[in-house]
Design a protein around this ligand. Structure first.
Ligand code: SF4
Ligand code: SF4
Length: 404
């Protein structure tokens, strides 16, 4: 089934593409509609200017240099302590990439395009990340690498133990492809799962052939075994996001889960209704700003249509990102290769809060005056900031957009 902007199937719950993040609960068709209506939105805003001014005065914490001043529908007062820290600003959450390597090489992912050195985050940088984040108020932290898989991180259990002594970081989530679960014995995997509020498992094929075409790996059976082990130690934490190439329906996916994953799971009753499916995509995959979308995907899966972004992207209010080398990115979502124009510096040189409050960070919050960063112009993960005017839920529950 095709949605009205030509992207595929109404079953698509996720936004653009990738794995890890499966960022997204917004249909790409919706984003296109919002983008096309931006001038209307602006016109309507103008006619309500006086009303908004009153609302603005009431809602906003009065802090000079508020980077969101020009978006009166961002109610900073409502998110005091979550979008602010004293007289400074912060995004709602933090992404910490402890590794930037992956066991897969998916055709819809920029992982293989990385020129960054592939490393594990040193413990000293990790400790500074959690210390800085706690000091700025903590909250939710995602350990999903921007490109990579958390199970590649040989130090992950030690990091999770360190996080136990930072109660201000009170909500952890992660997305994994689950194929490397065999690296952990049952008690380690149980501990891993116990530390997260949410674990999203990305599934890249419902049969060995589709999985191989997507991931370039022959590890379909290993993936199935890994998912079943995750369910056995913590089914209540696990959700699924499907990134598929064949044009499967929701019914097909439910049947696959019942037949391949839930069947004969030993030792526990697992509730399969409703099945915990976060998103299901069979097309509309993002270009990551660099992928060659003129090359067709296998099995007629589609790319997200090209676009030229002009309005501010909302994703950086939801989160920012620390890379495995300590560099910090304004963009938590697409900046897989750490481009300079979106870089906020390195955590070794300043605190996270300082890095988010530099003149450069504020300029990045003002595309109208400073221009759209080159990397952002054609990014198909982009979500216009006007979305926040229409949906308070985006700030109340950012994980619906960002995945795990
Ligand atoms: S290559 Fe790795 S990081 Fe990229 S989409 Fe596939 S599993 Fe996710
Ligand atoms: S438009 Fe820019 S800020 Fe938004 S997701 Fe893309 S690269 Fe990140």
């Amino acid at each position: 089934m095709h949605s009205d902007d030509g992207t595929q199937n109404e079953e698509v719950i996720g936004s653009n593409a990738n794995c890890l993040s499966s960022r997204g609960a917004i249909p790409t068709s919706w984003i296109a509609r919002v983008s096309s209506k931006v001038p209307d939105v602006v016109a309507r805003c103008a006619s309500r200017a006086a009303h908004l001014l009153v609302q603005y005065t009431n809602r906003h914490v009065h802090i000079p240099g508020n980077p969101w001043d020009r978006y009166p529908y961002i109610n900073v007062k409502r998110y005091e302590g979550k979008l602010t820290c004293g007289t400074r600003f912060r995004p709602l959450t933090l992404n910490c990439e402890t590794v930037n390597t992956c066991n897969n090489a998916c055709v819809i992912c920029a992982c293989s395009e990385q020129t960054r050195k592939k490393i594990s985050m040193s413990m000293s940088i990790f400790e500074k990340v959690v210390q800085d984040y706690s000091s700025m108020g903590g909250g939710h932290m995602s350990l999903t690498p921007i490109v990579g898989d958390i199970l590649m991180d040989r130090d992950i259990l030690e990091r999770l133990r360190i996080l136990e002594s930072h109660p201000g970081i009170d909500d952890l989530s992660v997305t994994t492809n689950a194929s490397l679960a065999h690296r952990f014995d049952d008690s380690e995997l149980r501990y891993f799962v116990s530390r997260f509020s949410r674990i999203q498992i990305s599934i890249y094929g419902l049969d060995a052939e589709e999985y191989r075409e997507m991931t370039k790996r022959k590890t379909y059976d290993q993936m199935v075994t890994g998912i079943r082990r995750f369910l056995q130690v913590g089914a209540d934490k696990v959700t699924f996001s499907f990134r598929l190439l064949r044009q499967w329906t929701r019914r097909d996916v439910d049947a696959w889960l019942d037949r391949t994953i839930y069947a004969n799971l030993a030792g526990r009753a697992i509730t399969t209704e409703p099945r915990p499916i976060n998103s299901l995509m069979t097309g509309g995959y993002a270009n990551w700003g660099v992928l060659d979308t003129s090359k067709p995907l296998p099995f007629n899966a589609s790319w997200c249509p090209p676009r030229v972004n002009k309005t501010q992207c909302m994703l950086p209010i939801l989160s920012f990102l620390v890379y495995s080398n300590g560099n910090v990115s304004f963009c938590p979502c697409d900046n897989f290769d750490d481009v300079e124009e979106l870089s906020l510096g390195n955590i070794k040189d300043a605190t996270l809060l300082e890095l988010y409050n530099t003149p450069k960070a504020k300029a990045l919050w003002n595309w109208k005056e400073h221009g759209v960063p080159g990397f952002c112009k054609r990014c198909t993960f982009h979500i216009p900031i006007q979305y926040l005017r229409l949906s308070r839920e985006a700030l109340d529950d950012p994980f619906k957009i960002m995945g795990g």
